[in-house]
Design a protein around this ligand. Structure first.
Ligand SMILES: [Zn+2]
Length: 548
């Protein structure tokens, strides 16, 4: 009996905290999930969570809302509200003024060279014999939360980016990523660049060989449910919906993509099957890299891009958009079940957000007496040049207009002995007389501009002097440049900037908040959750109420 008791004491001593003192290795590790998955649904307006809520199943969007924490009033705080800008902002917790991604394209204001956001002439395509892989994140000036995870674990965490779009794969995965993959329209394969690797890993080659895109489009795009159940949408055939060029005469179901996929592989982007393909490839990436299976937290970034292509072509009120979200909901349900089975319920954290929203189609708005209009940049610039010629005897003062920014030729203005500030004032005043222009502003004197918040701050956040012109145009609500078909985004207005922001899983409380948050808050929140440093340009705050 006595011996037994001593044995028990020795046992307790050895396995209690005492045994950790002295030279023994600490047994407690930083508490982190096995995997983080960031999902950016391209062009997802916040209201889509509720617009189609009654038709969603329980395992996709509804699971996020019913198990996770939703920030109901999350906004983009920069201009323009474009894809590359949004993705860079989500993952850096920063703003274009600092992270440098001021558009999908921009003109370098010092050299005059035009840049695509992720182009990189120093790298080569991996996985195809073309130039679609000459891409890298080197134009991104700040670190991402994915970079910070790699740094925090001395590069033992794995980070992989997946999207149909190069920019939406590369920017989220960051500079120190293990890999980023995107879809190549020429081959119908997922490709990468020599920035990350010399050749595609075996699992990716195998995925490409299986030719999943052809299988996914084989049955054409029909509605998931009977057409008359799509009561949240306009009739199938309306004049403001776009068509598949050279293949369709009207924008109606079924969209017979199987007939033209072989010659137009990129068309899978504009169907819900592009999202299915992306999530299938994401699963293959998880498996191929054994993500969420090791001792260190891994991070997979996913962009579902088809919502954006479908939205651009058909507009937010179309059956096509409704069907795309109903199908994405099913794909997400399937993906979350996959994570439950393979990483384990409670072992992973997911967040879902959007890079931007979208306006309603202009003709749809007009048909319902709602305010909207065609903003026409070409005649506007023509008028501006005529004004400049009359006033200063030259129209060369304006170099270009891009992303609603107007750049001036400062050297020429100096050479002509003109007052730079006065020239800008005159141009601003002229622009404000033009149709569809609500405000114009000289960003270098933004403090003196009578522009209300939050627009003023969004302008400042979006202005990087090396990558954008010093003047900006803000359109009237509902006004944008359009050929009358489909829609676009880019403005400050809530339809473009009110985004879903939902967290779910490890470390996340269930709940909802109607406080105002911003896209820049996502990376700091994930950093706090993971106990890692915030990205190098982060300006956002932690959504504390979402964290356990
Ligand atoms: Zn986008």
């Amino acid at each position: 009996m006595k011996q037994k008791l001593i044995g028990v004491f020795v046992f307790i001593f050895l396995f209690s905290g005492f045994s950790n003192s002295g030279s023994a290795q600490p047994t407690h590790q930083v508490d982190r999930p096995k995997l983080v998955v960031g999902i950016v649904v391209d062009q997802m307006r916040w209201d889509y969570l509720y617009r189609y809520y009654d038709r969603y199943g329980n395992g996709g969007f509804k699971r996020l809302l019913n198990e996770g924490f939703t920030c109901e009033n999350a906004f983009i705080s920069h201009l323009p509200s474009y894809t590359a800008v949004g993705h860079a902002t989500v993952y850096t917790g920063s703003v274009p003024a600092i992270h440098g991604i001021t558009g999908n394209d921009w003109k370098d204001q010092v050299t005059g060279r035009k840049w695509y956001c992720v182009e990189d002439t120093t790298v080569e395509t991996v996985g195809a014999d073309n130039k679609n892989g000459k891409m890298s994140p080197r134009n991104l000036l700040a670190t991402t939360v994915t970079d910070e995870l790699r740094l925090a674990t001395n590069f033992r965490s794995k980070v992989v980016g997946v999207s149909l779009k190069d920019r939406a794969s590369i920017l989220p995965a960051g500079h120190a990523a293990n890999a980023a993959f995107w879809f190549d329209d020429k081959t119908g394969h997922f490709i990468s660049s020599t920035y990350y690797m010399k050749e595609l890993p075996e699992w990716a080659q195998k995925f490409n060989k299986a030719n999943r895109p052809a299988a996914l489009v084989a049955g054409d795009w029909n509605t998931l449910y009977p057409m008359d159940t799509y009561t949240q949408s306009t009739a199938d055939n309306v004049e403001w919906e776009g068509i598949v060029k050279d293949e369709e005469e009207s924008p109606v179901f079924p969209h017979r993509i199987s007939k033209y996929y072989d010659n137009k592989k990129g068309e899978i982007r504009s169907t819900p099957f592009g999202n299915t393909l992306t999530l299938e490839f994401a699963k293959a990436a998880l498996e191929g890299n054994r993500m969420g299976q090791g001792a260190f937290t891994d991070f997979l970034t996913i962009n579902c891009a088809s919502t954006d292509y479908v939205g651009h072509r058909y507009g937010p009120n179309s059956i096509e958009v409704e069907d795309t979200y109903l199908r994405l909901d099913k794909d997400l349900e399937d993906f979350f079940y996959y994570l439950d089975r393979n990483v384990g319920i409670g072992n992973y954290t997911v967040f879902l957000t959007a890079d931007h929203g979208a306006a309603h189609s202009i003709k749809f708005m007009e048909a319902h007496n709602l305010p909207a209009g065609f903003f026409e940049p070409k005649p506007l610039m023509k008028n501006l040049k005529a004004f400049l010629k009359a006033k200063f005897r030259t129209d060369k003062i304006v170099k270009e207009d891009l992303n609603y920014h107007v750049a001036l030729d400062k050297e020429l203005i100096e050479k002509l002995n003109l007052d730079y500030d006065k020239v800008k004032r005159d141009i601003v005043q002229f622009l404000q007389t033009q149709p569809g222009v609500e405000f114009a502003a000289d960003i270098e004197n933004l403090g003196n501009s009578p522009i209300p918040e939050p627009i003023k701050t969004m302008i400042a956040n979006g202005y990087n002097p090396k990558r954008a012109g010093a003047l900006i145009i803000i359109q009237d609500p509902g006004w944008f440049s359009s050929n009358g078909k489909g829609t676009t985004h880019g403005s400050w207005n809530p339809h473009d900037t009110h985004i879903p922001m939902v967290f779910m899983g490890w470390g996340i409380k269930h709940g909802r908040s109607t406080d105002t948050y911003h896209m820049t808050d996502i990376a700091p929140t994930i950093s706090a959750l993971l106990h890692i440093q915030m990205p190098s340009g982060a300006v956002g705050r932690v959504v504390s109420e979402a964290l356990k």
